[in-house]
Design a binder for this molecule. Structure first.
Ligand code: CA
Length: 534
């Protein structure tokens, strides 16, 4: 009514034609006013903005909210207060997984919604198959502005509108970032630099459009250089050790004992732990260098000593990432964007924080298979929800598309988790996830693939024709394969059927299983590209 009356006042209308139009407007006005007063349906609301904060190698064990191995410690020490707050105000997924636990492959799956064998990125340094759809293309078509800052770690050029990224690993200090206009070294600590660039973009963006902003941190990837402000934080604290820090790899297939990712024999004193070498005289690491010279730990004492240094540096890097989450959350609130912006925190895969005596990732085993997934979506995700549904990185692209009011192409492997977020999980939601690791390079983790259900993990290693079965209820640390246990015969049959079903569904024919009654062919071990060791 007000709109119509206002029109009458400013446009008095001197002839019959105008008068008739104004009368018609007056008649329609009550209906329009009534419609405006109705609660808008979700698909008629302003499209939400999405901020996707994606770190590198951040294990769920090192997040307070998760109730995982170091969660209590993280809460006590305030390692992840901002990520925990997001989980409190929104929710988090305890069964969120990758499909190939390595940096570039996970990123390619996030972008394409496809598993590695279908998007071309089975290893590092492989491009996404040219011409494949990615979600930034889809979001642009839906009218979104898209931007990515930080670690990209793919050889393909981004499909984002704005980008400033490192195509490789990048560095912890003074990172050199590339944009459409060239490369530039930016002074500062990488996590802070990436956050500053993201917030700067947020301030300067076109406010007439919804946005998707990806903040992609390098941290806490190896070699775990903390920011100066946290250089001595946690120095006098003892980090709890995992019960299997001195795992002997008995009762499992041969690969578990043949890897090269043990804190004991494979973690470098100089480059990883900053003791000796180029860090010998670095004032930030003076105490550890002096301690080592004084204590000269040996044997298990040395492993324990290395574990403490490793974990402290790792958590210091995590703490800086958490600061970034806090800054971004506050900036969104200050800009009045808190209510209509979805914030997601995730990392490209999990990591071993000493479990099995390891660092690094790659395996189908729990610590590297899990990805954190924390989401705050005001009005849609019930605060404090602990989701148990199984989700995977192939779900991100279709999820972003549905959040933006669109749909991913039918060819993607993943499925939108939006109904799950709205507590409307479809009855046919997945009950298992498929995993395939493709490279023997770096850390000597052989090709393997398998299936993980809510209760079991079944893995196959084609090079040695070995299987492993873990009962996660009985053996959550995965210390004893039950594959040879006759009590599990029926379970194994069911899981093999499920594994074959998943391989067929996704069209993965790589590293085929031997036909019944036949011996496995020696798997064609794929040569690890340069740099795969990271
Ligand atoms: Ca990674």
């Amino acid at each position: 009514m007000n709109e119509a009356n206002h029109s009458l006042e400013v446009n008095p209308g001197n002839n019959m034609k105008h008068t008739l139009i104004f009368l018609a407007v007056l008649q329609l006005a009550p209906l329009a006013a009534l419609h405006a007063a109705e609660t808008p349906k979700p698909n008629e609301r302003t499209k939400p903005n999405i901020v996707f904060i994606f770190s590198d190698d951040h294990a769920v064990q090192a997040i307070g909210a998760y109730g995982a191995r170091l969660s209590e410690f993280c809460k006590q020490q305030g390692v992840t207060p901002n990520i925990d707050k997001l989980a409190d105000q929104g929710g988090f997924f305890v069964n969120s997984f990758c499909g190939n636990s390595l940096c570039s492959p996970s990123r390619a799956s996030v972008l394409t919604g496809l598993l590695s064998h279908a998007n071309g990125v089975m290893h590092l340094e492989k491009p996404i198959t040219p011409g494949l759809w990615t979600f930034p293309i889809g979001l642009k078509d839906l009218g979104y502005q898209t931007a990515v800052f930080g670690k990209w770690h793919l050889t393909s050029k981004p499909d984002y509108t704005d980008w400033r990224i490192s195509f490789g690993h990048g560095s912890y200090e003074n990172p050199e970032l590339e944009s459409a206009t060239g490369k530039e070294k930016i002074p500062g600590y990488t996590t802070d630099v990436i956050t500053d660039l993201s917030l700067d973009w947020l301030r300067k963006r076109d406010t007439s459009k919804p946005f998707f902003l990806a903040v992609q941190h390098k941290a806490p990837h190896r070699n775990w250089i903390p920011p100066t402000r946290y250089a001595t934080w946690l120095e006098d604290v003892e980090i709890p050790e995992p019960a299997n820090l001195f795992d002997d790899y008995a009762n499992r297939a041969s690969p578990a004992s043949n890897q090269k990712m043990e804190i004991d024999r494979d973690m470098a004193m100089d480059t990883d732990l900053k003791v000796g070498g180029r860090y010998a005289k670095d004032p930030r690491f003076a105490k550890r260098n002096a301690d080592y010279a004084k204590l000269k730990p040996q044997g298990r004492d040395l492993v324990r000593w290395k574990y403490q240094l490793y974990l402290k540096d790792y958590l210091r890097c995590v703490k800086a990432v958490d600061d970034s989450v806090g800054r971004i959350t506050e900036a969104l609130a200050a800009a009045g964007l808190a209510e209509n912006t979805i914030i997601i925190y995730s990392s490209d895969q999990g990591f071993y924080t000493g479990e099995h005596g390891w660092f690094d990732k790659r395996w189908i085993y729990e610590e590297s298979l899990h990805m954190p997934f924390v989401i705050r979506w005001p009005g849609e995700v019930k605060p404090g929800t602990r989701f148990t549904e199984m989700i995977q990185n192939i779900d991100y692209a279709p999820t972003f598309m549905e959040m933006a009011g669109g749909q991913a192409p039918a060819s993607v492997h993943g499925r939108s988790i939006v109904p799950v977020l709205k507590a409307e999980t479809p009855a046919d939601w997945r009950q298992s996830v498929y995993y395939h690791w493709f490279s023997t390079g770096g850390h000597m983790v052989p090709i393997h693939y398998g299936v993980r259900t809510s209760r079991h993990t079944l893995a196959y290693f084609p090079a040695t024709d070995e299987w492993e079965l873990f009962d996660l209820e009985k053996d959550p640390q995965q210390m004893h394969s039950e594959y040879a246990n006759p009590e599990y015969a029926a379970t194994i049959t069911d899981l093999k059927t499920e594994l074959t079903r998943l391989r067929t569904q996704y069209g993965d024919t790589e590293d085929a299983m031997p036909a019944k009654g036949k011996k496995a062919k020696t798997a064609k071990e794929k040569e690890a590209p340069k740099g795969d060791a990271e």
